[in-house]
Ligand binder design. Structure first.
Ligand SMILES: O=P(O)(O)OC[C@H]1O[C@H](OP(=O)(O)OP(=O)(O)O)[C@H](O)[C@@H]1O
Ligand SMILES: Nc1ncnc2[nH]cnc12
Length: 181
């Protein structure tokens, strides 16, 4: 049984370990946290594919370094992060529920009230590291729509499994899923 899958983003290659996320399925584990080289390469490649927007919106946690780098390259001083829990310092947060492929139990996705106010009536692009089942993207869409923003693009470094067939997302590379044999 193979244990890794190679992924190449521009000039950067990583050998991803295959990890079980259920009894029937392994994923090639793509963790950009701490990998400044792949984040910089991916951001530089996706930036030209994105429309002009007022804000990038991402989800905690692995989307954050990518959104940060993309915003920096675009010269945008601020981007919006939906968190995975409600914090004491939040004001009137908007809350959605999400079940991603790596977690398989319900989590929260939370947009702080002042961030919701900031994107109201604005053009936003949703960006993340990976789109797989699409549930994280769906939850992010629900939050920014509730906030009154207009979604003009959805983008990720990788489209995993069936997400690669979606025609409503921008991505750099495909990532297969690895069902049990
Ligand atoms: O399309 P989906 O099936 O929803 O999967 C994609 C989501 O999964 C990952 O986050 P994860 O849930 O692993 O959380 P983390 O970023 O906090 O590690 C990734 O950053 C996306 O947000
Ligand atoms: N292959 C993957 N690696 C890490 N996080 C993910 N989230 C969705 N797919 C993922």
């Amino acid at each position: 049984m193979r244990n890794t899958h190679k992924v190449t983003i521009g000039t950067v290659t990583r050998e991803l370990p295959l990890v079980w996320v259920s009894e029937e399925l392994r994923i090639a584990n793509f963790v950009i946290l701490g990998d400044s080289e792949i984040v910089a390469e991916a951001a530089s490649l996706i930036v030209d594919k994105l429309p002009e927007v007022d804000f990038f919106v991402t989800a905690e946690a692995k989307g954050i370094p990518f959104a940060h780098e993309v915003a920096k390259l675009k010269g945008m001083p601020h981007y919006i992060v939906a968190r995975k829990s409600v914090k004491a310092y939040m004001e009137e947060p908007l809350v959605a529920t999400v079940t991603s492929i790596t977690t398989q139990k319900q989590q929260k996705l939370v947009l702080d009230g002042p961030d919701a106010e900031r994107i109201k009536g604005k053009r936003v692009a949703l960006i993340d590291d990976v789109i797989s089942t699409g549930d994280s993207l769906r939850a992010l869409e629900a939050l920014v729509t509730e906030a009154g923003a207009e979604i003009v693009a959805r983008a990720a470094i990788l489209a995993e499994g069936d997400a690669a067939d979606r025609d409503d997302i921008i991505y750099l590379e495909k990532l297969p899923l690895f069902p049990a044999e």
